[in-house]
Design a protein around this ligand. Sequence first.
Ligand code: SF4
Length: 488
Amino acid sequence: MSPLEKPREGTQSASRRLIRPGLLPTIFCTGCGGGTVLNCFCRAVDELALDPRRMVMVTGIGCSSWIPSPYFLADTLHTTHGRAIAFASGVRVMQPAMKVVVIAGDGDLSGIGGNHLIHAARRNIDLTVIMVNNAIYGMTGGQVAPTTPEDVPTTTTPHGNVEPPFDVASLVAAAGGTFVARWTTYHVFDLVKAFKAALAHKGFSFVEVVSQCTTSYGKAVGMRRAAEFLADYKARSLRLSKAATLSAEELEGKITVGTLRNVAKPEFRERLHAQVARVSDPGSARQGPEPIPPGAVNPPGPPAGVARGLGGENVALRFAGFGGQGVVKAGEILGLAACAEGRRALQNQSYGSSARGGLCTADVTLGPDEIFEIEPDAFDVLVLLSQDSCGAFLHQLRAGGVLIYDRDLVKLPEGNGLRAHGIPATKIAAEELGRKVVTNMVVLGFCAAITEVLPRAALERAIVANVPKGTEELNLRAFAAGFAHAAS
Ligand code: SF4
């Protein structure tokens, strides 16, 4: 077991939990770098507590396209050769709630798919692209690729490649990619960090992984064991800071590793939505679902998106805290109450990998209109029950939206200018009701009173129908305490 596979106490390793059951060992050739990339990717997803059910993996054709499909446990589009980014761009625009990731090879992405790659980078569309660069077309028998070094013999260049290879990471950075990094399969810990940074980045992120093909490329260069490749990568790799001090001659044959570019720029989808809003309603001040940065001052006027659950528009709410606070139950009750009232409702939830104690969210969109998705970056009401959730989600409150928070557990940024309503919810639950476990109902009552998103009676009926038998009265009292606090 590699250090990356060391399981936490009482848990399965990230790889075991995020790989479809029954598929290990992989079908990669012995010593192939594909397994290392898969392992590092699973670790990054695990450490970011991303929910694979909210991820869409997109891939093309080639050995590295097996990494997401069939192995990684998320929905996957296994597309045609070179077209992964085109498919992924479509998914990203139409499914904004999903994290979209492309994993494909150097031939696929920089050969036939090269045009898609540079234009997606130029657009700064919010995709994460991982290019596994083994410098050859491995699966199809070892043909020359746009990344094959000069003079290397391949099945289509038996006397040696006469073309210079692409430096794909530099190409993507020059084309406009806003996060670009390159590492090798020797640098597993740096690779996990780069994958995490890329997945967390807003905009086009690209990680090139120089990876060994022990079969086709190994045959071409006379190296058949992974250890030989890793020793070679170690010997030839240079950090970017060191590389910057060397001449072109000194850099010959070296692999420069590190983060080539990491900048914040407007993302394609946001710009597109802003334009659609402007064109379809020129008088509207709304510029699309642009999230407000922490510290920004919300405009005055009535809170957007609240007191409309029975009115003309849909309302999006997020409850966030840590596992064990009853965040999901609060979301469920809100959603079920909406349905019982004849409203449309969509409820979703997410737990961190550590479940109890980890970051946890429950999202509910409700209202009169058909609901196709929950937009993660544009909540009308945000309920925060932990400091971690504040750091993670505060920016997702729509301008003019309502913030509700447990004022003993959450410290808001100074001078935030937000329309914020604090309640000592945990304290009320523990001291007035004698049970911290009903904090969620205190908060739900407070939220219901502040936002008027649904009638009180509807929520009380949903509580009675959905809490454990014998706790109805306690939960109703907690709800009433939160409701009353809003008026105090
Ligand atoms: S052919 Fe090369 S890239 Fe493909 S699985 Fe085998 S070693 Fe890996």
